[in-house]
Design a protein around this ligand. Structure first.
Ligand code: NG1
Ligand code: ZN
Length: 530
């Protein structure tokens, strides 16, 4: 057919290595950049179909997040800025894995199954991270879009959450904000400046933050953001892009290694944070006067944010249901603190942002964070309206008004489409300023249980099947019994195993009363996995 001629021709310029099979996993396609040219082209094609199907703008982000520089990857973004719906993840794998001669058949199959009207217009937003392979790979995406007659807008270098934000703005006709990078800076910085105005006694010291940019896109963008902050936040940027991406730095390194990144000059008590390679994750940390390292991960962040929001909702007299969504990796102390002390509802979902995001949508205010620092807050439409109305209500007392205005600006500083290191950083800094809290005081809200994460290589990780939000292994037979009896040997212990969705490994997690116990429990459970 004539309309596929261009796809045929162009796909020949982006050929698939015969026999190569890749899976659209938890975070899209991710592997060595050399293997991805055909995948990018095809994802441009698929995004065009998705746009025709939804009659909305779709996003395609070229990044491999915290993976090494040599890797790259691609993620599709649905109309409201959320991850692409699961059925289309299946189509993505189907299209990426079709051999060259079968590509058109695979394409037609999707068009038929989804009953896509091919005369519908299509719009695709494309963004990329700073990897050296990203320029040509994002060009392959653009080629894919144009081969099927779609329109594209190339945002060039942006963080993953910035592209999610643009897609959402575009599809809500500007109600969420302007679909420009400048619009993003303006919305978030104005909200941040408003929030910090309520922090009366903020000293210059408290306006200072050390940021590890992981030598990635976040480093570039946090600098641009800083220019909008009118000195209300002054950033000392390390790993600013001159060094190797994610190498011994960044949020993933800091969280997994439980140590500071290289290349950052820390002084005792000074708050620091690390972004990951595409700036959708953030973790905080500091070293104390004895030089000991303290990590404030996604669980501590969720606790700080949900405590702040709960207090404001109470002060505002708003009866809105707030919940925190975590995964099995959440530290047991955080769950206990939230449920027992804060009396906040806690939900546990499977690993992967889409699961958390989905669960958080069930509440008026849903705070979700993975322990690794990926997370955000979702406000239901009704919640946003109530906050708005109250902030504009002339008949309420000053305390309620102040709380309502703070809530309003909090909503605006948050990127609700996806976890966003820059937005989360601004929110955390604003909360610390408003509460007059130091990073040490925040850290001492509860003490993490010592924990350990290990990776185990097995011949086929898929033989492990889990249930109960991945907290129990249902196959192979006997594995969970073995884990249960190992856990019983230690105090305050918990352990689980699950196959990774992004690497060919089984992940083992253990926590216990002491680091020694957590380490040996993790080790013993790894042996049970073989
Ligand atoms: P897998 O490889 O499925 O454990 C990892 C992270 C997830 C999520 C995805 C996508 C851990 C334990 N797992 O998934 O939280 O962020 O990568 O990036 O951190
Ligand atoms: Zn990331």
């Amino acid at each position: 057919m004539a309309q596929f001629q261009e796809v045929s021709k162009q796909s020949g310029l982006h050929p698939k290595p015969a026999g190569l099979v890749l899976q659209y996993g938890t975070a899209g396609f991710r592997t060595n950049a050399k293997l991805l040219d055909h995948v990018m082209f095809r994802m441009g094609v698929l995004a065009t179909l998705r746009s025709k199907k939804t009659k909305a703008t779709i996003g395609v982000m070229v990044t491999a997040s915290h993976n090494p520089e040599e890797d790259n990857g691609v993620k599709l973004i649905d109309p409201m800025g959320e991850m692409v719906t699961p059925a289309w993840e299946g189509y993505a794998s189907q299209l990426a894995n079709a051999e060259q001669e079968d590509l058109l058949a695979a394409l037609k199959d999707i068009i038929e199954k989804e009953a896509i009207n091919m005369s519908q217009e299509a719009n695709v937003f494309v963004g990329k991270d700073t990897r050296s392979s990203s320029a040509s790979l994002s060009q392959a995406v653009l080629d894919g879009v144009s081969s099927l007659g779609g329109h594209s807008k190339d945002y060039g270098l942006v963080t993953t959450p910035q592209l999610h934000y643009m897609v959402c703005c575009q599809n809500t006709q500007g109600k969420y904000g302007d679909a420009t990078v400048d619009g993003y800076y303006r919305k978030l910085s104005q909200a941040f400046i408003q929030l910090t105005k309520s922090a009366s006694n903020r000293t210059d010291d408290q306006k200072h933050l050390i940021v590890d940019g992981a030598n990635g896109i976040g480093a570039l963008k946090v600098r641009e953001m800083e220019a909008h902050l009118k000195k209300e936040l002054q950033i000392s940027l390390f790993n600013d892009g001159k060094g190797k991406l994610n190498h011994q730095c960044g949020a993933d390194f800091v969280k997994v290694q439980q140590k500071p990144p290289t290349g950052v000059e820390m002084s005792p008590g000074e708050p620091c944070c690390s972004f990951d390679g595409d700036a959708d994750r953030i973790v905080y940390y500091y070293s104390d006067s004895e030089g000991q390292f303290h990590l404030l991960d996604g669980d501590k962040i969720a606790t700080l944010i949900s405590t702040f929001l709960k207090e404001l909702l109470t002060q505002a007299g708003l009866d809105l249901k707030i919940a925190v969504v975590q995964t099995a990796y959440a530290n047991g102390s955080s769950t206990r603190y939230l449920e027992d002390t804060m009396k906040v509802l806690v939900r546990c979902t499977k690993t992967g942002v889409k699961h958390l995001h989905h669960a958080a949508q069930e509440f008026d205010v849903g705070v979700y964070f993975e322990a690794n620092g990926h997370g955000t807050v979702l406000f239901s439409k009704a919640a946003e309206e109530k906050i708005q109305q109250l902030a504009e209500d002339a008949g309420i007392n000053d305390e309620r008004k102040r709380a309502a205005r703070l809530l309003q600006n909090t909503v605006d500083v948050i990127n609700q489409t996806v976890g966003d290191a820059i937005s989360d950083m601004l929110l955390i800094e604003a909360i610390l300023a408003i509460k007059g809290m130091t990073v040490q005081q925040w850290d001492s809200i509860y003490s993490d249980l010592p924990n350990r994460q290990l990776k185990v290589k097995v011949s086929d990780r898929r033989v492990i099947d889990t249930a109960d939000a991945e907290r129990r292994a249902v196959s192979p037979a006997g594995l969970q019994d073995a884990i249960d009896s190992l856990v019983k040997k230690y105090r305050q212990a918990r352990s689980f195993v699950r196959p990774s969705g992004t690497e060919d490994v089984v992940r083992v997690y253990a926590e216990a009363e002491t680091q020694e116990s957590a380490d040996s429990l993790a080790h013993e459970v790894s042996l049970a996995v073989y």
